[in-house]
Design a binder for this molecule. Structure first.
Ligand code: SF4
Length: 342
């Protein structure tokens, strides 16, 4: 087998223009029309990139998160001034709430340090809070039309296959090599279209599992012999199972006892009050649901509140208020079910 270096020199870099044209023509004909692809506003593009970092396109699109967030916070000024409650409410359902606070910190830095105008060079973008190499590359190409090295998970898979690169994609040397390839491949005439096309090709045709090579627009450049086996990954960290035990207490006026989280990854979000497993031992289980977050599989168990009492930090919230306060998705799902039975 030839070395990675010789593959790098041979293909597709010997014929980058032909590769770029095939890719660009395919995207012009087949590319999807997402709302964030209709704008060159760096703020709107940043919002979409932050949302899409750990959330699927279909989820962001299906519930209209992107459009609603921009209606609530149309520019860096409005976002920089947002209080925690409004910010988290606008982000509710997307999870990983740290992203919302980071987005606000970026908006504040653009407002205070750059007069509200996004910088258009890589070094200055990287100096902003919350902006890493991927997001800087996205802003450079999608907002400012400048060439960049944009590599998301779909592009890593595509490059592994195109170049028949069997090195694990979660190794830093592989990621660096893919970044170099992405930079060299980027179409200087139309970097925006080029990167949208690479990402979409990886998402829809060079998809996880068995790719659709029979309809691939760049199939003639591809070196993969067993593409379904690529990309390689190092062994994953084991999933840890855990349980959360919460109580359901409401009064005659249908106020519900809730607790506002602090000092945790859900800081500022509301949830049902948590108690220890021992404290809930004699209580009736009325709801159970399982969700996954990072490497944890969490079972949320909710018990009838008889015999339990409010503790420090717990608050009564009226039924009217419940819809307007920010709450993590697993607790929101539970609340909807439990309120339906009231
Ligand atoms: S030919 Fe197949 S494996 Fe190669 S880039 Fe296209 S879809 Fe991916």
């Amino acid at each position: 087998m030839d070395s990675l270096k010789s593959r790098f020199e041979k293909l597709p870099f010997e014929v980058p223009d032909e590769f770029r044209k095939a890719l660009g023509d395919w995207f012009s004909a087949e590319g999807k029309d997402y709302p964030w692809r209709r704008t060159r506003d760096p703020y709107a593009i940043l919002v979409s990139e932050m949302m899409l970092q750990q959330t699927r396109v279909a989820h962001v699109l299906g519930k209209g998160y992107f459009t609603r967030f921009l209606e609530a916070f149309p520019d860096v000024k409005s976002l920089a001034a947002a209080d925690d409650s409004r910010l988290l409410k606008a982000w509710e359902g997307l999870g990983y709430y740290r992203r919302a606070r980071m987005l606000r910190a970026t908006a504040a830095a653009v407002l205070n340090d750059h007069g509200g105008i996004f910088p258009d060079d890589e070094a200055t973008l990287l100096a902003l809070p919350g902006i890493g190499p991927y997001t800087a590359a996205a802003l450079l190409s999608f907002a400012f039309g400048k060439p960049s090295a944009l590599v998301d998970g779909n592009v890593h898979r595509l490059l592994s296959r195109l170049m028949d690169d069997a090195a694990p994609i979660d190794q830093s040397a592989t990621r660096k090599r893919h970044t170099d390839w992405a930079r060299a491949l980027c179409d200087p005439e139309n970097p925006r279209r080029h990167h949208y096309a690479m990402m979409e090709l990886g998402q829809t045709i060079c998809r996880p599992g068995v790719p659709r090579c029979e309809v691939c627009p760049v199939g003639k450049f591809c070196k993969a012999t067993e593409p379904q086996d690529l990309p390689m990954k190092k062994k994953r960290a084991a999933i840890t199972e855990m349980a959360e035990h919460a109580i359901w207490i409401h009064d005659k006026e249908e106020r519900v006892l809730l607790h506002r989280e602090s000092g945790s990854r859900r800081n500022g979000l509301w949830k049902l009050p948590l108690r220890s497993q021992q404290e809930c031992a004699g209580s009736k289980l009325i709801f159970s649901d399982t969700y996954t977050i990072t490497r944890y599989k969490v079972t949320l168990k909710i018990y009838e509140g008889a015999g339990h009492f409010p503790e420090e930090g717990d608050e009564w919230i009226s039924r009217d208020e419940l819809t307007s306060i920010p709450m993590a998705a697993p607790f929101r799902r539970a609340l909807i079910r439990l309120l339906a039975d009231l």
